[in-house]
Design a protein around this ligand. Structure first.
Ligand code: NG6
Ligand code: CA
Length: 524
């Protein structure tokens, strides 16, 4: 039964009562709509399953996101495709799991474009359906063809893989260059102060965190102790581009402003906005008006800032009269982490707060905490309201599901891991995927930086069962267990959400069956 259901064709599934046709009346309904819905994907960075009050957080309050959940469907079994940023975003945007491709580990800020022009992507598909597409925020999928010239045209990048507009950061908050790019150019670049970036050797004469810790707003580990920008030492060295550097405390407002401009200018046409916010990724430097707002230090304050951002954007949609025409999907690229390189007291201030909720570990981990993330979908009058869905779903499914929504065919051999989950996404069916593959990589040091370029660790979720493929001795990174063991692990995540009772020895047959299923999935 396992194998048959896994390899079932990528078709729309009937509801449990079998009444597929009747259940699809709503789909026919909105296919007949004159206007296709706008689509906004709000993708948080390192936000955990337990970080929102609608997901059980009691210390942090997130009223704006909770309201979105009340007006829509809240998923409790949703997965980011991977336990770190680059592979999750790669999978979400292409519909292919990252482990099928090479080079899909956490990228340095000067890495070449990972999604090559010509590859089928979510924004490309939506463009074909008449959407204007934009990204605002974190890219972290590489730029250019090798050596990027930050002072010239930067391509390929988002514009070469389906986005009409881009206002984005090359990589992460903690990586150089700490500048924003609009379409193909660095914003506010003064040609007489050119940017140079190097991930191995120091460039220019600017102080580093390692040399001048007294210049820092907060301390950092050796990997985060290179060039200091805005009182924060980063991963990698840069010089020049002084006028172009972002201000961490104001960045969130700046990105929100761009997101608001994007939707305002396009309120008459269907648009797709990928709003990739940074909260609560390190370094956490929220705007002063949020400092102290959570009682949990800067990580909690960053989450409150994110909540406010979501509320402000939603209010704008209402003011523009397009709230009812806009499908909003809010989720996170991977699970949570408290300490991730900066001494911001996130661990000490966490108190009783459980960033991964009931799940084990968080970012970087193959345990549920690594990829089980909050996911909220809302579209007033269309997506079921006040609904909690247990459907198993993965961000890799957005491509096929949204293609179904806008009536676009998927080319053969494209988006191979993406299933049409439109019915569950709309809160109309509890039947999600038959299986999900969870993914991470071991963190290793290459040169002076640490990246997830080690062994790939995979797990298979099938119904309530989870097999973690045997790999290496236990590892941990920044206090999060990676979840590796030399032998396979088997858990029942419904009865044992914390993955404490390894049933592999007790249930060797199921273990072997799931392991061979995972092998087959990987091969095909
Ligand atoms: C790691 C960084 C970490 C973070 C992560 C990427 C070190 C020691 N740690 O390499 O701070 O930037 O990469 O996070 O360098 S992610 O959410 O974009 O995947
Ligand atoms: Ca992340």
């Amino acid at each position: 039964w396992l194998l048959n259901s896994v390899f079932a064709p990528r078709t729309v599934q009937a509801n449990p009562d079998g009444s597929a046709a009747a259940n699809y009346a709503w789909l026919e309904d909105f296919k007949a709509l004159q206007r296709k819905p706008n689509i906004i994907v709000i993708y948080a960075d390192d936000l955990g399953y337990g970080d929102l009050s609608s997901y059980g957080a009691t210390t942090i309050r997130t009223p704006n996101i909770d309201r979105l959940a009340e007006r829509g469907t809240r998923f409790v079994n949703a997965h980011a495709p991977s336990a770190t940023c680059t592979p999750s975003r790669y999978a979400m945007l292409t519909g292919d799991y990252a482990w099928r491709a090479s080079g899909t580990q956490i990228l340095p800020g000067d890495a070449p474009a990972l999604i090559r022009p010509g590859k089928f992507t979510l924004p490309l598909m939506l463009k074909k359906a008449g959407y204007e597409t934009g990204i605002v925020g974190k890219w972290h999928l590489g730029l250019g063809n090798g050596k990027v010239d930050w002072n010239g045209e930067i391509a390929p990048g988002p514009l070469e893989v389906g986005f009409d507009h881009g206002f984005f950061m090359p990589a992460t908050l903690d990586r150089v260059p700490t500048v924003l790019i609009e379409n193909r150019r660095v914003v506010n670049l003064d040609p007489s102060d050119p940017i140079q970036v190097d991930y191995r050797n120091k460039v220019g004469a600017e102080p580093t965190g390692a040399e001048h810790p007294e210049l820092l707003k907060f301390g950092a580990d050796p990997e985060h102790s290179n060039t200091i920008v805005n009182g924060i030492s980063r991963i990698g060295y840069m010089t020049g581009g002084k006028a172009a550097r972002w201000n961490d405390e104001g960045l969130s407002d700046q990105l929100l402003g761009k997101a608001i401009d994007f939707v305002t200018e396009r309120k008459k046409q269907p648009f797709f906005l990928y709003f990739a916010v940074n909260e609560p990724h390190v370094p956490r430097a929220p705007h002063p008006r949020f400092v102290g707002s959570s009682g949990l230090g800067s990580r909690g304050d960053a989450i409150v800032q994110f909540d406010w951002t979501v509320g402000t954007l939603m209010k704008k949609l209402e003011e523009l009269g397009i709230a009812d025409d806009t499908l909003v999907i809010l989720s996170s690229d991977n699970g949570p982490i408290l300490f991730d390189g900066y001494d911001d007291k996130a661990v000490e201030r966490a108190g009783e707060h459980k960033p991964a909720g009931p799940y084990r570990s968080g970012k970087y981990s193959i345990y549920e905490g690594g990829t089980r993330v909050p996911m909220i979908v809302s579209w007033p009058g269309r997506v079921r309201e006040r609904h909690v869905s247990k459907a198993l779903i993965d961000h890799v499914d957005l491509v096929a599901s949204l293609a179904e929504l806008v009536g676009q065919p998927l080319p053969r051999d494209a988006a191979v891991d993406s299933f049409d989950m439109l019915a569950p996404l709309m809160g109309r069916s509890e039947r999600g995927r038959e299986f999900v593959v969870e993914d991470t990589k071991l963190m290793v040091t290459t040169g002076t930086t640490v990246a997830s370029s080690g062994a790939r660790i995979l797990a298979l979720r099938q119904g309530d069962w989870k097999l973690i493929r045997g790999s290496v001795e236990p590892h941990e990174f920044h206090g999060n267990e990676i979840g590796t063991l030399p032998k396979h692990q088997l858990y029942n995540v419904a009865r044992d959400p914390g993955e404490r009772e390894n049933l592999a020895d007790k249930m060797p047959e199921l273990t072997a069956k799931l392991a061979s299923m995972l092998d087959k999935l990987e091969r095909d």
